[in-house]
Design a protein around this ligand. Structure first.
Ligand code: FRU
Length: 466
């Protein structure tokens, strides 16, 4: 049997760098119909360090074209790294606010400060602003190593900026600035300070703040939770008040630092970073030569009850080939005969007998020795992915995902792109994203299984092709 090379697990619908390391998406914007994805990138190795901004473009959110590096650590104020940031457009000019990290600062830790680069030629060249850094020091109470990453939006009274922070290295916070010209920023104090660090982490990286419907949404990735949390609430121009405790935005333990933007069709589109799960030490070079992928672009919206929904951008459906019907039932396990592969999509309704436990195995070898199990426990009301036999990198510390709806049936949209598994539950009310690395070339099967009671499924499936 052929053993796949490590490279064969590289996703294709999910953006990856040609080589070397990537993390957070940055500067997302659509300009004259072209989508631009910038991202944290180490061009010198498949490990975190020496942060630059990489750049890619797409016309359909599915196929990405690599572009030359956009931002380099080439000034005193960003010599230790061009960290995360965002983009806004004014006429033909695009402003990129990024986090410049300076070496040898008096304050310990990576001293991040808001900096600006401007592009006036349709995102071909980028000029650092002479006023950098735009904010000279972090606010009092916020340590130098706890101040970075930006989200910028426009209101009637000017531009507003949210910066990720920690208060006294204890409480996650988002700091708020206002500006008339995107260069001179006034400190308006914290827009939110968390009071539950045991649950919500101590430093809130990569805040993404925006109005959605008649609500406001804050997404942030707290240290040390290694996941993104979401809050929906109200904004009075100075402070953000979540309507409820923060929720896990994506389950699975590899989705981090998402950023979202309004596209020209008026959709709020989000992309998050998916880290590799077979190389926990991100300072070690990854043996594959590349590390990190972006999630599929996801459209964010609010449900009638105010919950945040995320669904893959419909453009992804262009990958579908050869639709087929799925129908199966079992008290044990049954292999689905008409769908197999490492690049496919299934949309099914999975049902179990009352209070049962059922699921779908993917990337399954014919003998079942290697498989990734998506398990729904209708008694415990939880879904999780069992990676114990999924292949290498089976570290598993992801929390189970509470089922978003009542009953003994669930709507699952399962998207498999080699080493990426995305699962959308009940129309995007909940989501699990995982990384899997089957070692066997024949781990391409799909099965329905019942662990307690009877399981059945009905739905549709497609192989994907470029
Ligand atoms: C999040 C993060 C950001 C920072 C960037 C550095 O993953 O740590 O806070 O700007 O990555 O690469």
């Amino acid at each position: 049997m052929a053993v796949p090379t490590l490279h064969s697990q590289r996703p294709t619908a999910h953006f990856t760098a040609e080589r070397n390391w990537i993390n957070d998406p940055n500067g997302l914007i659509q300009l004259d119909s072209v989508y631009h994805l910038f991202y944290q990138h180490n061009p010198n190795g498949p490990f975190w360090g020496d942060m630059h901004w990489g750049h890619a473009t797409s016309r359909d959110l599915v196929h990405w074209k690599h572009q030359p590096l956009a931002l380099f650590p080439d000034h005193n104020y960003d010599a230790a790294g061009v960290f995360s940031g965002c983009a806004v457009r004014v006429g033909d000019v695009v402003y990129f606010h990024y986090t410049g990290v300076q070496v040898n600062t008096p304050v310990s830790g990576a001293q991040g400060r808001p900096c600006l680069a401007i592009s006036r030629d349709g995102l071909r060249t980028f000029e650092k602003h002479p006023a950098n850094p735009l904010v000279a020091e972090p606010p009092a109470g916020v340590g130098g190593g706890d101040f970075r990453d930006h989200s910028i939006w426009r209101e009637a009274d000017g531009w507003h900026m949210a910066v990720g922070a920690s208060i006294e290295q204890k409480f996650g916070a988002v700091w708020h600035y206002r500006s008339d010209d995107l260069v001179k920023w006034d400190d308006l104090g914290p827009m939110i300070v968390d009071d539950a660090p045991a649950r919500n982490g101590q430093m809130w990286e990569c805040p993404d703040f925006f109005a959605l419907g008649n609500q406001h949404v804050l997404l942030t990735s707290p240290i040390p939770l290694a996941k993104t949390i979401s809050m929906v609430g109200s904004w009075n121009g100075r402070t953000f008040t979540p309507a409820a405790a923060p929720r896990t935005h994506v389950y699975g333990g590899c989705f981090y630092a998402p950023q979202s933007f309004w596209d020209e069709a008026g959709r709020r589109i989000e992309i998050g970073w998916l880290w590799e799960k077979d190389q926990p030490q991100n300072r070690q070079p990854h043996p594959r030569g590349w590390a990190g992928a972006m999630s599929l672009p996801r459209v964010l919206s609010l449900a009638d009850n105010g919950a945040l929904l995320a669904q893959p951008a419909p453009e992804i459906e262009r990958l579908r080939r050869d639709e087929r019907a799925l129908e199966a039932a079992t008290q044990d396990e049954t292999v689905l005969e008409n769908i197999a592969g490492d690049y496919l999509e299934m949309h099914v309704r999975l049902e179990a007998s009352a209070g049962g436990r059922a699921g779908i195995a993917v990337r399954r070898s014919p003998d079942g020795a290697e498989q990734t199990r998506i398990i729904c426990d209708f008694a415990r009301r939880e879904l999780w992915v069992d990676r114990t036999h999924a292949g290498s990198g089976t570290d598993d510390n992801a929390d189970p995902c509470p089922l978003p709806s009542a009953g003994d049936a669930i709507d699952l949209r399962i998207l498999i792109d080699h080493s990426v598994l995305e699962i959308y539950i009940d129309g995007g009310r909940a989501c699990w994203i995982d990384r899997i690395y089957p070692a066997r070339a024949d781990s391409i099967g799909v099965s329905l299984f019942a662990e307690a009671g009877i399981a059945s499924l009905q739905g549709r499936a497609w192989e994907w092709a470029e």
